[in-house]
Design a protein around this ligand. Structure first.
Ligand code: BG6
Length: 294
């Protein structure tokens, strides 16, 4: 494998898997995953708005921002979240690049985030996050978040976590998701009312912002136009499906013109039930994505 670094971007090229990933230390934002890199620069699977910069200072609009320790606007009932912004601070903090290693059949990059004075001012609990991005095979990667509540903590830690993945699609109108049929969901475009998904194949019809609860770990598949992405989720049982459609997309300062037509977010997380860690405990949640060309 070959590692190159440029302005916070760490790019891992895996010659044996003919694939590459690029992660910026700002937010540990994975913002490129390419397969078949020897053919016309490869196939890019992640969307990043051309009006967004992976290196900050704003969270990246695309790729896979790491959402922690809260999802969406902070829960007012949760004292630990009271000074946080939407989606927490992991996505706009600078992480440390820990290591680049070849382990068995995977080539991987690891990043770490620990508290700083700036973070302590908004979030008091002592923590260590480790985020690992692995190229596992020519067609699959995984991204894995470990949360450690450090021994020095004195109260239990409750958190939500989400891997806010923006998948590149050829045309949103021809994009579909399988594997959500019969799941209960909360619809953020309808005052978070709860419904049950009646469709076997889900498409983004207009503004879509839903949290599907308790998805089976390996049933969700996305058809992007380029091919199929099959997901396996571990300890990330809720799945957000988000596409802002034209009106909301046009109002977003960091979204490229008509950007909504070129991505859909399929984001595994733990949202409905917060994870609880006692001091000294840790938790890992991950997603594995496998691409099949059509
Ligand atoms: C999704 C949420 O995960 O993220 C949406 O479900 C939200 O409600 C979207 O609009 C983008 O959030 P942000 O903070 O990156 O603009």
């Amino acid at each position: 494998m070959t590692i190159s670094e440029h302005q916070g971007d760490i790019r891992l090229s895996s010659e044996r898997h003919n694939a590459s990933v690029t992660v910026n230390t700002f937010g540990a934002s994975l913002h490129s995953w390419k397969t078949s890199v020897d053919a016309n620069d490869g196939t890019e699977h992640l969307f990043v708005s051309s009006k967004s910069k992976p290196g900050g200072p704003k969270p990246i609009r695309g790729g896979v921002p790491v959402v922690w320790p809260c999802f969406g606007p902070p829960d007012p009932a949760e004292e630990q979240f009271s000074r946080l912004k939407q989606h927490g601070f992991a996505r706009n903090s600078v992480w440390k690049h820990l290591a680049s290693v070849s382990e068995g059949s995977s080539d991987e990059l690891a990043f770490e985030l620990t508290s700083t004075d700036e973070i302590r001012a908004i979030y008091a609990l002592p923590f260590r996050l480790v985020y690992v991005v692995r190229i596992i095979s020519p067609a699959s990667i995984s991204t894995s978040l470990t949360v450690q509540h450090l021994e020095s903590g004195s109260e239990d830690m409750n958190f939500q976590a989400l891997l806010h993945s923006y998948w590149s699609v050829d045309n949103i109108q021809e994009t579909s998701i399988n594997g959500l049929h019969n799941l209960d969901y909360s619809d953020k475009t309808r005052d978070q009312a709860h419904f049950t998904e009646a469709r076997e194949v889900v498409a983004a019809e207009g503004e879509t912002d839903r949290v599907y609860f308790d998805a089976p770990s390996s049933s969700v598949e996305l058809r992007t136009g380029k091919g199929k992405l099959a997901f396996t989720f571990d300890k990330l049982q809720d799945v957000v499906v988000w596409n802002p459609a034209a009106k909301v997309s046009d109002g977003m300062a960091d979204m490229e013109p008509n950007g909504w037509q070129r991505f859909i977010c399929v984001e595994p997380g733990c949202i409905a039930s917060k994870v609880m860690l006692k001091p000294g405990e840790s938790w890992t949640g991950s997603q594995t994505i496998t691409y099949t060309a059509t």
